[in-house]
Ligand binder design. Structure first.
Ligand SMILES: [Zn+2]
Ligand SMILES: [Zn+2]
Length: 395
């Protein structure tokens, strides 16, 4: 190997090209490809002693010192990326499990529905079958009687001497009288015929409405899969000031301890979970900030809260998530989640820019700010100027 080939003189960016020249504008060595792309139009210079020395000095005094910092920065970014990916991975497992569970339930449900539907059909079929048996038996009995009587009397009735038979004093005449009665019943007023016709009218036609195509189509919508940038909205604001007073909100972070006596608390998107009891009962004003992503359950928010402000949060307000003690509920800009239940304690609802029109209210006075654009049919609605009511949020 000759001396020249021992050293790496490939371009750092274009591995297939050799370093040819110095870009004097950027103070770096470049290849022909560099000149044609990133360094197009830059001032170029030869790799001579003077230029090489200049670049080396820069390397020695500056770059090499700063490389250490880059190790930390790179490692931090790698950590951040891996942590983020870990939570994405966990969520993925959770999602797959949810879908698997739901489909397992569905596949159990299908044969149950199948059996039930067939059972309904069989029940109706059995009713028809009973009617058929009933009719056949009746007609069979009728024909037997008719045959018996006609065979017995058809050719002989004119030769029967009824006086003689009666005088014989056996019961032959009784049998004749019985056959007469039977004939009468078969003939009289179309009674027998009507009875059979009535039975025939009891047959039920059974149809099925086949909705399977619709169901097949709608079942595809059983899960909606969406995605969004994972980094967005995880930022908590720097400062939140109450709109009506000049009180500053305490911004709750994961595991932060809210000092007892705190009245105003805001919870942002960085919070992953709220342990029951972590919000003290001194808190009366609570603000759920845009991007707040915790599924509230009973007891998470204390009953001391009187004023609840809700921004563009990411989870619905399910039953018992609004504490029974809130008297005024404000739905701020961008609120677009389902509210399953508003507790009895809530007397007033303040609406900002939210698309919601359906509220599980009982006796609530609704105040609509100028930002609220939807139609409301509720009788107890007041237009209101917004009253400097919204919290002021600074990032
Ligand atoms: Zn290059
Ligand atoms: Zn350049």
């Amino acid at each position: 190997m000759d001396n020249k080939n021992k050293y790496d003189r490939k371009c750092a960016i274009h591995k297939e090209h050799k370093i040819k020249i110095i870009c004097a504008t950027c103070k770096v060595v470049v290849c022909i490809e560099c000149i044609l792309s990133d360094h197009n139009g830059h001032k170029l210079d030869r790799i001579d002693v003077e230029n090489s020395k200049k670049i080396f000095e820069e390397f020695k005094n500056n770059h090499i010192q700063n490389l250490d910092k880059q190790i930390d920065i790179n490692n931090e970014l790698l950590n951040k990326s891996n942590n983020l990916f870990k939570s994405i991975e966990d969520k993925h497992t959770e999602n797959v499990n949810t879908i698997t569970e739901v489909f397992k339930e569905l596949s159990k449900l299908l044969p149950i529905i199948e059996i039930d539907k067939i059972k309904q059909l069989v029940t109706l079929y059995d009713e028809n079958k009973d009617i058929n048996t009933n009719i056949s038996t009746t007609i069979h009995d009728n024909l037997n009687n008719i045959n018996l009587i006609t065979n017995k009397y058809k050719n002989t009735i004119n030769h029967i001497n009824i006086d003689k038979i009666i005088n014989n004093n056996n019961d032959q005449h009784i049998e004749i009288l019985k056959h007469c009665s039977q004939s009468q019943l078969l003939i009289k007023d179309n009674q027998n015929e009507n009875k059979i016709k009535e039975l025939i009218n009891q047959y039920k036609n059974v149809n099925i409405v086949n909705n399977s195509e619709q169901v097949k189509n709608s079942i595809k919508e059983i899960f909606e899969i969406s995605n969004s940038l994972s980094i967005t909205n995880v930022k908590d604001p720097k400062r939140v000031i109450s709109g009506r007073f000049t009180a500053e909100y305490f911004i709750y972070k994961n595991d932060s301890i809210i000092p007892n006596g705190t009245i105003h608390v805001a919870i942002g998107p960085s919070v992953k979970t709220i342990k029951i009891g972590s919000i003290p009962t001194s808190v009366q004003n609570l603000l759920l900030l845009d991007g707040f992503n915790v599924q509230l359950t009973e007891g998470m928010l204390p009953q001391s809260i009187r004023f609840l402000f809700v921004g563009a949060i990411k989870k619905p307000l399910l039953k018992s998530s609004i504490p029974n003690g809130v008297i005024a509920l404000s739905l701020l800009d961008g609120f677009n989640q389902e509210i399953t239940e508003i507790p009895q304690s809530v007397k007033e609802l303040f609406l900002f820019d939210t698309p919601l029109t359906n509220f599980p209210y009982s006796k609530i006075l609704i105040h609509r700010s100028p930002k609220y654009k939807q139609q409301l049919t509720h009788s107890n609605v007041r237009n209101w100027d917004g009253g400097n009511w919204e919290p002021k949020i600074e990032f």
